[in-house]
Design a protein around this ligand. Structure first.
Ligand SMILES: *C/C=C(C)/C=C/C=C(C)/C=C/C1=C(C)CCCC1(C)C
Length: 259
């Protein structure tokens, strides 16, 4: 069965990433009181499990849902790999792995936002404009966020401009062309999923600017601020990468079984 072989190959590739370590030769291990490090560890494993799950479940759903589920698995695969590195950076150096975090986001966020486009395409004729507005908005949001966190730009202006780009994306999925299509043309189960997914882009994604704010804009002790920033970002990734994928999995399975 070629389908099974493909899934198996993907899982083997995943397995080889599990041992990936940025600093294999240094002797430092996870400290039992390092709760930020522990959160990196737990989430990296949850992402591995979620990836295996999404890839395996592609076999169970109807053809038009397979791409959506595969993309969910790619998001958690890319994130898992980055989490192994981020975990090591944190454990070995106690510093914030900003560059890995943003490389991860720069790949996973466009993939996540593409899920809206894929869902709309599974139900009708979605225009390419929808796709490019979603990709453009999220990319601007992330580039500006990185410029703030990495010191290429003031932390406040980066925060404000990045938030505006996020609002632009929210506008598109609520009141723009995507929003209209997702809430009128789709069958009820898909409409429900679409609405939950866009609520995640508002409420789940809102956790990231809160993390940024806590990390850079409260004027608190830098070490504490960085611990809070990492815990908040890590928590947000569980909701927005694994939780988001589970919603897509649910609508894919429900809609496949009802045909
Ligand atoms: C899997 C990773 C996801 C879904 C990451 C999402 C990240 C954001 C929504 C970040 C947003 C930001 C702002 C709205 C303002 C401050 C800077 C950011 C980049 C943290």
């Amino acid at each position: 069965m070629p389908q099974n072989k493909k899934v198996l190959a993907a899982l083997l590739a995943l397995g080889s990433f599990v041992s990936t370590s940025a600093f294999a030769e240094s002797g430092k291990v996870l400290d039992q009181n390092d709760f930020v490090g522990i959160s990196f560890w737990i989430i990296s494993m949850a992402l591995v499990a979620a990836t295996a799950f999404f890839f395996l479940e592609t076999q169970r759903v109807a053809g038009k849902w397979k791409t959506s589920l595969t993309v969910s698995g790619l998001v958690t695969l890319v994130a898992a790999t980055h989490y192994f590195y981020m975990r090591e950076v944190w454990i070995q150096t106690a510093s914030t792995p900003t560059v890995y975090r943003y490389i991860d986001w720069l790949i996973t966020v466009p993939l996540l936002i593409t899920e809206f486009y894929l869902i709309l395409r599974a139900i009708g004729k979605a225009s390419a404009g929808i796709f490019w507005r979603l990709i453009g908005g999220t990319t601007a949001m992330l580039v500006l966020g990185y410029m703030g966190e990495a010191g290429y730009m003031g932390v406040w202006p980066a925060f404000i401009l990045s938030t505006l780009a996020w609002f632009f994306v929210i506008y598109e999925i609520y009141a723009g062309e995507a929003g209209k299509m997702g809430t009128t043309q789709a069958p009820p189960a898909v409409q429900a999923a679409y609405k939950t997914m866009r609520a995640i882009v508002v409420f789940g994604w809102a956790v990231y600017p809160i993390g940024y704010f806590a990390g850079y804009l409260t004027g608190g002790n830098p070490a504490d601020s960085m611990s809070t920033l990492n815990i908040v970002y890590n928590f947000a990734d569980v909701v927005n990468k694994i939780g988001f994928g589970v919603i897509i999995w649910n609508v894919a399975v429900t809609s496949s079984e009802s045909h």
